[in-house]
Write a protein that binds this ligand. Sequence first.
Ligand code: UDP
Length: 489
Amino acid sequence: MRSEAPPPSPRQLHGFFFPLMAYGHMIPMFDVARMFAARGVKATIITTPINSSTFTKNAERDRLSGLDIDIQILRFPTEEAGLPEGCENVNNIDAPEMIPNFFNAINMLQEPLEQLFEEFHPDFIVADMFLYWATESASKFGIPRFVFHGTNIFCQCVEYSLNLYKPDQGIATDTEAFVVPGLPDKIEMTRLQVPDHLKLDSPFTEMLVKIRESEIKSYGVLVNSFYELEPAYADYYRNVMGRRAWQIGPVSLLNRNTVDKAQRGKQSAVDEHYVLNWLDSKEPNSVLYICFGSTSRMNNAQLLEIAMALENSSVSFVWVIRTTGNNKDERFLPEGYEERMEGKGMIIREWAPQVLILDHPSVGGFMTHCGWNSTLEGVSAGVPMITWPLFAEQFHNEKLVTQVLKTGIPAGAGKWQQWLETTEVSVHKEKIEKAIQLLMGDGNEAKEMRRKAKELGEMARKAVEDGGSSHTEFTSLIEELKISKKAST
Ligand code: UDP
């Protein structure tokens, strides 16, 4: 499928933006594409038929406001990869056996991408880390490839150290804390919190090696964070790990008005004005927002613990519940729960306008699974957090929030889990309630976290303003690309 968008003018930079088909990757990559377009670059999003609906409405609105954004759609080879029809997004994967097939289907997109290079000759491509072959493909056409991990620099430094020094191997028990060596701060974790792919060899470990190699050979890395958030790690990444990186975030701050914030990602299950009115009726900093991202699958027993903790606590809340697999029938909610919570709590099913909610002055805390987008959106909103990591690099992000930034407290999740296998109750209601009380209460610790969170939120905003660190890094990147285009024409 081809878009009918006009070609860029001869002097205009043209970039391809190719995200992994997962909301936590597509959403920030789209913001990155829009940032480039706002600087006069023609931005082409590459995606698959079903995923394109995530972008079309917003891209249409952007075009009307004068941005040069178009979408190129590649057929996703579900059948060839042995995936069910329509399985084009990580969210559609519901069995561990489907994961390798999904990545095989992604790998089959290498040739169609090269056809697009042949046809459009873009000046650069920003491709998700999982599309490791994009570095090789781009180099065949002399095109610079940028890597987008979707995460921060801190967690890459932690993974680098865990990989290099294997500090967990000399530890007697799974629950004993050890220090991650060689890092700018004293970062403590336990073996149970280390992701499996760093402890055992698996096809995923092999893929990560390819990802690292392609990153080293790439033109550089675009990072959704800002220098002041993790300065020592940004320096470590550049000086010790030898990466070229541009910190250009928080990219979510590009969404300034209610429509942009409300329509980011999937269609929200509630009207944004309804949520805003509800939040308007609450005191400043009094509401806890609870959301575990776009792909987590919490089991019913764990959701019940959360429901009971929220009922027992006196704090108002907005809770996003995704109806997946085993919780589809919602039997986990106690009888009459929603009626009892009326006025105190709002339950949103499936998808909430997260950034809009976090930015509301009534929201005073965020219980998060520590996906990087959510974490950074919480930082940008100046909100302290209860950290509840589940899988991927989320435990590393928890350490950043609780041990470096000191704007959050752990809920107490002690064990890294496989993404599709979050079957255990990892935090019981008493612990959840205690964390809520501490974060939302008036104790000195809470006040200090609130103060630091507000300060960081201010710093995040300044970073993307004219003259701020991210704004400046982004400008220098665009200038570099312009010079390189001029030299090659
Ligand atoms: N998100 C949202 N509404 C929801 C759930 C998620 O807007 O109900 C957005 C959230 O703002 C973030 C992204 O989806 O931008 C989730 O990315 P993150 O890295 O936090 O977690 P993941 O979903 O990748 O685990």
